[in-house]
Every structure is written in structure tokens, then in C-alpha cells.
Design a protein around this ligand. Structure first.
Ligand code: HEC
Ligand code: HEC
Length: 411
């Protein structure tokens, strides 16, 4: 009997040691952290019962198949339905593929849910303000005031940004950076901010998701899009990001011209010439051209607005004084709808913007070396050149983008 117990003890010890020290994954069937993808067993074997075990736990989802720290969700066969982005010819010709996170593929159900959420004030603390309040289709998904007003009637100190072509928001040096100062990495990450920002939607995520959970429609819409009726902040931001990625603008009159399928007026053509000439307006280094058709480099520059900085921009995020006064280059598409301009909305009209680059540049320690004519105040355009440059800029606006029925309020 004593020997039998001894043998049993040895067997159990060996089995346990084997299970918890195996090199590839924890294969102990009793282990609650069983994970076939784990490289090594950490020896603890204490985890949640099933599903995604994201350490942040905000997106715990019993339907998740793999835990890689970011939760990958399986597509239930038959639903949701994949919904590839509609890519304009000018983009497919010269841009890399759009960036879509592997754990958040575009689906019909996800996009439609994201669109409903984007226009729904349910996400705000007092149910009065939607994303669309500050990002309205008629203004190319920004608003028309210098500073947007949040639910507490407090104003921020930054101009709202238009939202389009966000799936191509990447520059060769970095990941997708959102906001004027680049503080958000990707659209999903970005959308976490405004809901809880006290001067924007002034809500908590616990409260926002509870309102959605208690709603008569949302749980079944989340089920259709993500295979779960349990609503959390990650799923909300994933749906919002899916909708935002569909906001693509690349079919302006200028694009048709670049593709050889349409024409520009002689004034617009002269304007394009100035735009792309070093001794003209010299805009293309930062704002693209026909072969870089986003009309932004998605990078951060100091474009000579101020001698000293009230707002440090990128420098506030990186802590590097060499980044002070640098802001994200905005796209020049849809300028007809996005006034006022610059991170602080200081210029009400395009004429003021062009005057700035022509004779208003101000020197500072971090001014971009690409602004070669700062010593003489700028590129010094005459009135005809200014009018031509403005005409070209406006030919990059796309009326069908702002009236696209798929982008309007569905509620
Ligand atoms: C009260 C107005 C307001 C509301 C409401 C609001 N935003 Fe914004 N949004 C802004 C402002 C202002 C900025 C620029 C802020 C900055 O750079 O610091 C911005 C920036 C953004 C950007 C960055 C775009 C880019 O190119 O980098 C995205 C995307 C965005 N908002 C999406 C949303 C979504 C999604 C919601 C709803 C969950 C939302 N916003 C709600 C005002 C608002
Ligand atoms: C060194 C890079 C650089 C060059 C060159 C440059 N820009 Fe900009 N542009 C920027 C940056 C960065 C911003 C945003 C600055 C801010 O808000 O603080 C901007 C903002 C703008 C805006 C405002 C858009 C909006 O939505 O608010 C317009 C319009 C514009 N530029 C047009 C031009 C034109 C026209 C030229 C040529 C005459 C030009 N830019 C040259 C970097 C540049």
C-alpha cells in the first residue's frame, strides 16, 4: 500500500511537471490557460475559463479563438459578410493597399453598425453629441467652426479634422498616426478618445457600453457584426473604424484629369504647375501630387505659422524639443468644405492660407527646411498666381463624396 502511494505520487509529479514545462504551449488538458499557440508554458496555469484573454480585458470575448494580446475573432460562416473597400483608380494605380488590421476585417454588418454609432448621440454623456456633430458629411467630416464645442459647452483648442482616406494614413517612417499631434496609433485607438474626453463627449466607456447594451437594437447588431451580444469598448471602436475606412475620396475633377479622363481649366492647370514647381508655390514636397495622390505625406512639419508655440503639437507627445510646433500635414482634398484651416483654425479662407505661404512665413527653431523661402517671407506669388493656385486646390474637392448616400445619417 505504501509503495502504491509512492508510485502514484511519482506519476502525478512527473505528469504535472511534464504538462507545465512542455516547450510548445500548455497542453495540460486540466490547465485553464490551455493555448495551442503558446510558445512556452509560464508555469502558472491560472487564466480565464475560455475565449480571449487580453490582459487589458476590455475586449474579453467568449467567441474569440486566439489570444495574441489583441484578440482575433473568427468569422462565423455565412455572416458577417466581407465588404471590400471601393478603391478609386488613382489610388490603386499609385498607392499601396489600404491598411486594415487583421483582427478587424471590413464587413457589411460592421460598417453598417459603425455608421449607426458614428451618427448616434448615445455615445455621449448626456445623449446630445455624436461623432458626426464635429465630423459632419457636409463638411467632409469636419465641422465649420474654429474650435468644436463639447457637451459641457467647453471648447477645445484644436480645429476638428476631416475624416477621409484614413485607411491610407501611413508614412514611410511610422505607423498610422492620428490627430494633429499624432498621439493615436490607428483608427481603433483614436476612437477610444473622444467618448471620454471631458471637453468632447464627456462620457465613461462603462456608461456608454451600458447604454448600448440596454438599447433595443444594438445587441443584435453587434451580434450580426461580431458574433456576440456582449458590447464592449473594443467592439464599438472596431465598428466605428470600419465605417471610417469606407470614407474614401479620390474621384475629384483633378483625379479625372490625372487619369487622362477629364480636363482642367487653364487657370487650374497653371495652379497645378505652381503647386509642383520648386520656384513656384513649392507645395508638393509635403502635400503630394498626381503620383502621390493622398495630397498629404501623412508626416509632421512646422509650416512656419509662429515664432513661438502656444501648442507644441508633436513635441508634446514625443517630448523632443526638435518636434515642437510640428503638426500633421492635412490632405488638400475637399478644402472647399473644410474651412477654417490649420490645427487651430486660424485661417478662415484659402486666400489667407495662400497669403501665408506667399509672404507670411515666420521663422522659428523647428521650421521645416523644405520652406526654402522663409527669409523673404515665402514663395512670393503675384495675384494671378494666387488665383490659379487656389483654383487648382479647389479642383481636388469632390461633391459626390460629401453627398454619398452611404455616408449619411442612417438613424
Ligand atoms: C466635440 C467635437 C468632437 C467630437 C464629438 C468628436 N471629435 Fe473627432 N476630432 C475632433 C477634434 C477637435 C479633433 C482634432 C483633435 C486633436 O488633434 O487634438 C478630432 C480628430 C479626430 C480624428 C483624427 C483624424 C486624423 O486624420 O488624424 C478622427 C479619426 C476622429 N476625430 C474621429 C472621431 C470619432 C470616431 C468620434 C466619435 C466617437 C469623434 N471623432 C468625436 C472633434 C470631435
Ligand atoms: C514643409 C511642408 C509643407 C509645405 C511645403 C506646404 N505645406 Fe501646407 N501644410 C503643412 C502642414 C504641416 C500643415 C498643418 C499645419 C498646422 O495646422 O499647424 C499644412 C496646412 C495646409 C493647409 C490647411 C489645410 C487644413 O485642412 O487645415 C493648406 C490649405 C495648405 N497647407 C496648403 C499648402 C500650399 C498651397 C502649399 C504651397 C504653397 C503648402 N501647403 C506647402 C505642410 C506643408
Amino acid at each position: 500500500m505504501k509503495n502504491l502511494l509512492k508510485i502514484l505520487f511519482i506519476v502525478v509529479t512527473v505528469l504535472t511537471t511534464y504538462a507545465c514545462s512542455k516547450k510548445e504551449g500548455c497542453t495540460d488538458p486540466l490547465a485553464t490557460n490551455f493555448n495551442p499557440n503558446a510558445e512556452e508554458d509560464d508555469g502558472q496555469c491560472i487564466y480565464a475559463e475560455k475565449g480571449c484573454m487580453d490582459s487589458r480585458a476590455s475586449n474579453f470575448n467568449p467567441h474569440a479563438i486566439t489570444d495574441d494580446g489583441s484578440c482575433i475573432f473568427p468569422l462565423v460562416p455565412g455572416q458577417p459578410t466581407p465588404s471590400p473597400l471601393q478603391i478609386p483608380q488613382i489610388f490603386s494605380q499609385s498607392l499601396p493597399a489600404p491598411i486594415i488590421p487583421i483582427n478587424n476585417p471590413q464587413t457589411v454588418e460592421g460598417v453598417s453598425l459603425g455608421r449607426k454609432l458614428f451618427f448616434d448621440p448615445i455615445l455621449s454623456g448626456d445623449g446630445t453629441l455624436a461623432c458626426a456633430s464635429c465630423h459632419s458629411p457636409e463638411f467632409s467630416f469636419t465641422d465649420n467652426s474654429q474650435f468644436s464645442t463639447g457637451i459641457t459647452l467647453q471648447q477645445g483648442d484644436r480645429n476638428s479634422m476631416p475624416i477621409f482616406n484614413a485607411a491610407w494614413n501611413v508614412d514611410i517612417n511610422s505607423d498610422a498616426k492620428f490627430f494633429w499631434d499624432g498621439r493615436a496609433n490607428g483608427l481603433e485607438d483614436q476612437a477610444l478618445g473622444p467618448v471620454v474626453n471631458p471637453i468632447e463627449m464627456n462620457n465613461t466607456w462603462i456608461n456608454a457600453t451600458a447604454s448600448l447594451q440596454a438599447d433595443s437594437e444594438y445587441p443584435s447588431l453587434f451580434n450580426a457584426a461580431f458574433g456576440t451580444t456582449i458590447i464592449d469598448s473594443s467592439l464599438v471602436t472596431m465598428a466605428l473604424a470600419q465605417f471610417e475606412r469606407t470614407l474614401i475620396s479620390g474621384n475629384s475633377r483633378a483625379d479625372l484629369f490625372f487619369l487622362g479622363q477629364g480636363s482642367l481649366t487653364s487657370s487650374e492647370l497653371s495652379g497645378y504647375d505652381l503647386f509642383t514647381t520648386e520656384f513656384g508655390g513649392d507645395c508638393f514636397h509635403c502635400h503630394g501630387f498626381a503620383n502621390e495622390p493622398l495630397f498629404t505625406d501623412n508626416a509632421f512639419h512646422n509650416n512656419g505659422l509662429d515664432a513661438t508655440f502656444l501648442d507644441l503639437g508633436l513635441g508634446d507627445i514625443t517630448g523632443n524639443p526638435a518636434d515642437n510646433g510640428k503638426f500633421k500635414t492635412p490632405s488638400l482634398r475637399n478644402l472647399a468644405y473644410t474651412a477654417p484651416y490649420m490645427h487651430d483654425g486660424r485661417f478662415a479662407t484659402l486666400d489667407e492660407v495662400i497669403d501665408h505661404y506667399s509672404e507670411g512665413l515666420v521663422h522659428s527653431s523647428t521650421i521645416d527646411p523644405l520652406l526654402k523661402y522663409v527669409a523673404q517671407g515665402g514663395v512670393q506669388l503675384n495675384p494671378t498666381e494666387k488665383a490659379d493656385l487656389k483654383a487648382f486646390l479647389l479642383s481636388l474637392s469632390e461633391p459626390d463624396f460629401i453627398t454619398n448616400p452611404d455616408f449619411q445619417d442612417p438613424n
